[in-house]
Design a protein around this ligand. Structure first.
Ligand SMILES: NC(=O)c1ccc[n+]([C@@H]2O[C@H](COP(=O)([O-])OP(=O)(O)OC[C@H]3O[C@@H](n4cnc5c(N)ncnc54)[C@H](O)[C@@H]3O)[C@@H](O)[C@H]2O)c1
Ligand SMILES: Nc1nc(=O)c(N)c(NC[C@H](O)[C@H](O)[C@H](O)COP(=O)(O)O)[nH]1
Length: 294
């Protein structure tokens, strides 16, 4: 029987607009279970770790999200060499620890200063782990989010989630709003104080709680962290996990140092101390875990 000529295999129709190529696969991180076990008591309760709206969408009356304050700092309490300068402090082991924290929180929150400086991905790069919902605090909606922003590239590649942007603008950019909606993100409106343009963190966390985000890891930057270490905002922080790197960044860095308090005598006093403290060496870094002493 004579073989029938094969019909030519036509090339697939060209996509109308070639999709943006997925970002190059970032390094996959590994955090050993033996190290993970040391952090368990400092993580949110299990039922608050996912984004499952049914499971943990706290009603307005229920408690606010579990808040973890976590960042990497130098020996001179700096987060980076200068505002807007992304500075590597963590070694591989404590970097993996940060991603372990991301897998165990429903959301990861940064300020717009960090978003602008770092073009962050804000996903979890441990194989098989879930990524948190990125939240960017941006009262004046000044973050120039665009299709090639890393966080949106990862969302399109299924390697992360699109951000929720917390703003005081009642009519933020329609273009950015559409871009967010296309990727599963959105703007969240929170009223800011008229005189300062700042949010009450209680309001921010209430809004995020009503989005079903039962736990939030606040990663920075300096302004965000210092404002959460001030009274009374520090009452909202449930856990503190700090990576300390054996590096001095020198003067001019982005410093973590909460506002000073002054006693009745007029003498300055230390504003905050941690309790329930544990120190865990990880590579050349040490990870300090604790809770703010009430
Ligand atoms: N080492 C680390 O762990 C770490 C983590 C995050 C960022 N960083 C670094 O920190 C630097 C950015 O820090 P930063 O202090 O410049 O910016 P930031 O990320 O703290 O963002 C500051 C902005 O957030 C908003 N904001 C903060 N608190 C607010 C409040 N209570 N109400 C309303 N808006 C509020 C304001 O718009 C403010 O301008 C970058 O260099 C980044 O690389 C380091
Ligand atoms: N743990 C930690 N060690 C560091 O050495 C360092 N520079 C940061 N910085 C935090 C960082 O500035 C922001 O949270 C990002 O911008 C996240 O970015 P990715 O998601 O990793 O792309 N954090």
């Amino acid at each position: 029987m004579q073989a029938q000529p094969r019909a030519p295999i036509s090339p697939p129709p060209a996509a109308a607009s070639a999709p943006t190529p997925a970002p190059p696969p970032a390094e996959t991180l590994v955090f050993p279970p033996s190290d993970a076990a040391k952090l368990t008591s400092h993580l949110p309760p299990q039922h608050l770790q996912s984004q499952d709206q049914d499971q943990n969408a706290p009603t307005p009356q229920s408690r606010r999200p579990f808040v973890t304050l976590t960042f990497a700092t130098s020996l001179d309490s700096s987060l980076s060499l200068a505002p807007g300068t992304r500075t590597v402090l963590s070694g591989p082991q404590s970097k993996a620890m940060t991603h372990h924290l991301r897998a165990h929180h429903a959301a990861i929150l940064i300020g717009v200063g960090t978003a602008v400086a770092d073009d962050p991905g804000l996903n979890c790069r441990i194989a098989g782990a879930r990524s948190p919902r990125p939240v960017v605090v941006d009262p004046r909606a000044r973050w120039a989010l665009h299709r090639d922003s890393k966080v949106l590239q990862l969302a399109r590649a299924g390697q992360g989630l699109a951000p929720f942007i917390v703003t005081a603008e009642r009519e933020p950019s329609a273009g950015v709003a559409a871009l967010l909606a296309e990727h599963g993100g959105k703007f969240l409106f929170v009223e800011a104080a008229a005189e300062t343009g700042r949010f009450s963190w209680a309001d921010v966390f209430d809004v995020l709680g009503r989005e079903g985000l039962g736990s939030i890891m606040v990663e920075g930057g300096g302004e965000v962290i210092n404002s959460l270490l001030a009274e009374p905002e520090c009452e909202l922080v449930d856990s503190v996990i700090v990576t300390i790197a054996p590096t001095w960044l020198g003067q001019g860095g982005v410093v973590v140092s909460p506002p000073r308090t002054v006693g009745e005598s007029g003498r300055p006093s230390a504003p905050l101390r941690l309790t329930g403290v544990e120190w865990h060496p990880l590579g050349e870094d040490v990870v300090l875990c604790g809770k703010i002493l009430r």
